[in-house]
Ligand binder design. Structure first.
Ligand code: NI
Ligand code: MN
Length: 226
């Protein structure tokens, strides 16, 4: 599969069978994003939690592509109320075998609410995503803090690639992400959720230097083959 980084926590996947996934498509409001939400082609949109820098353009992309939204049940209800036709709700610890592979929602230590018209809407618990696709396991941590549950994930299934936030302030910072990476025992660790805003400015190269042979920086717009 090919995985492309679009800045912040947004990643898209092109699978060998042509299936396209996008995770946390925060594009129109992110000046650093390499693509416009209008150009996204997706069969599935996966959302880790209800904050706007993750829900982003989910509704528009799902409507433009007749894509299915996969997320926690409350976010699925919300996007359905905004006109998205296909959703599949999960909850923490639960997984489901989709035609392209298995998606499991994992615990994330964070918060989750969506502000709309001056109201804070409850969006369920925040989550991480464990994808088992084409024989590989990919973990997107969402906005989690470092927490001991991450060790469990690595014990249950060997993780090929882990995307971890390093921005600090809203999520774990670089030092905690190094510690989390070691407990996850992922073969490759790629930093996300940094430099989008002033308060999450970080040096991703300094982070990966602390994970020799494991850490890898993806530039915005870069694609890797997994
Ligand atoms: Ni968040
Ligand atoms: Mn965030």
């Amino acid at each position: 599969m090919k995985i492309t980084y679009h800045g912040h926590s947004a990643l898209s996947f092109l699978l060998k069978d042509g299936t396209r996934l996008i995770i946390d498509p925060f594009l129109s409001q992110n000046p650093l994003a390499d693509i416009s939400e209008k150009d996204v082609q997706a069969d599935y949109v996966l959302v880790t939690h209800g904050h706007d820098d993750h829900v982003g353009d989910t509704v528009e992309i799902a409507k433009n592509n007749q894509a299915m939204v996969i997320s926690i049940v409350e976010i699925c209800s919300f996007v359905a109320s905004q006109g998205v036709e296909k959703t599949h709700g999960l909850n923490i610890g639960g997984g489901f075998d989709f035609p392209f592979g298995r998606v499991t929602l994992t615990h994330a230590q964070h918060s989750s609410g969506y502000e709309k018209d001056g109201q804070m809407i409850y969006m369920g618990e925040p989550a991480g995503l464990l994808l088992q696709v084409e024989g590989k396991t990919i973990y997107h941590a969402g906005d989690t803090a470092d927490c001991s549950d991450l060790a469990l994930l690595g014990e249950k299934v060997p993780i090929d690639v882990a995307f971890l936030p390093i921005g600090d302030n809203f999520t774990m910072g670089p030092d905690d992400a190094v510690s989390a990476a070691k407990r996850l025992k992922a073969k490759t660790v790629i930093p996300i959720h940094y430099n989008t805003f002033e308060v999450i400015k970080q040096d991703p190269n300094a982070f990966v230097e602390k994970l020799p042979g494991i850490g890898k920086v993806m530039e915005i717009g870069e694609t890797i083959e997994v």
